[in-house]
Design a protein around this ligand. Sequence first.
Ligand SMILES: Nc1ncnc2c1ncn2[C@@H]1O[C@H](COP(=O)(O)OP(=O)(O)O)[C@@H](O)[C@H]1O
Ligand SMILES: [Mg+2]
Length: 287
Amino acid sequence: MNAIASEIVRDTGAVSAADLAKGGHFSGTIGDITTPNPRMVCREVNVWYGDKHAIKDVSLDIGNHQVVAMIGPSGCGKSTFLRCLNRMNDTIDGCRVRGSITLDGQEIYDKGLDPVPLRAQVGMVFQKPNPFPKSIYENVAYGARIHGLTNSKAELDALVETSLRKAGLWNEVKDRLDQPGTGLSGGQQQRLCIARTIAVSPEVILMDEPCSALDPIATAIIEELIDELREQYSIAIVTHSMQQAARVSQRTAYFHLGDLVEVGETTQVFTNPRHKLTEDYITGRFG
Ligand SMILES: Nc1ncnc2c1ncn2[C@@H]1O[C@H](COP(=O)(O)OP(=O)(O)O)[C@@H](O)[C@H]1O
Ligand SMILES: [Mg+2]
């Protein structure tokens, strides 16, 4: 550990996991929460479910053409924070979100802002692949129809093909586009859901443990795909797998009990964590 890092740990890392669990005070995120040229800027975001304070003053940039991984023990608020980024928490009764989140400078929680187009701009892929009970073609075409993105059948066909190609699924399904999406394997279904997300031209793609229901081969395919998608999109991924975070992300954010404890370059966070809580987690001491 270098001199600066050890000093910071002494300053702010004195608080232990046990102290925090008892309600001890957390003294602020370690590491650079900003990125040059961010796509989304989150500042002092707080989330409550009723009385439960699930996200506490979290500030973080989502970088352009970058994958940021969110890691931390179960229940630390990773999914809650991810859902803030496209206002998916709006749909949960009793959930309150405060703070500022902008997408390309526009406040996404502005009263006048319609969350429906926002959720196309900031698309989401879930843990369990959830294709609609429709054909492969319709799964991808659906959003484009709703948002009126194409003017003709030929245009829609082209969009479906492009989206399936970008999701690395075209060659496997091009001869059976009219068959149900639910008939595909788990890994194919997840790529279909990614194609569906891509079809409505997102800027940011949120992924909440997208591989946890998949076998290792399907996981490897999705991880490669994430790396390709980064060229065109900005990606925020929640994962419980530290190996996955290390493989797919450029930045890593470590959450603990609703606090963003540390954020930094992925290699730094995994090889030279600056906060004791991060170190304890990545060395397997808890979590
Ligand atoms: N819909 C909900 N209603 C009430 N509490 C919730 C809800 N969703 C999550 N929580 C609580 O918020 C905290 C963070 O949960 P979550 O964001 O799902 O964590 P993670 O994704 O890191 O496992 C947990 O204590 C969880 O029990
Ligand atoms: Mg979760």
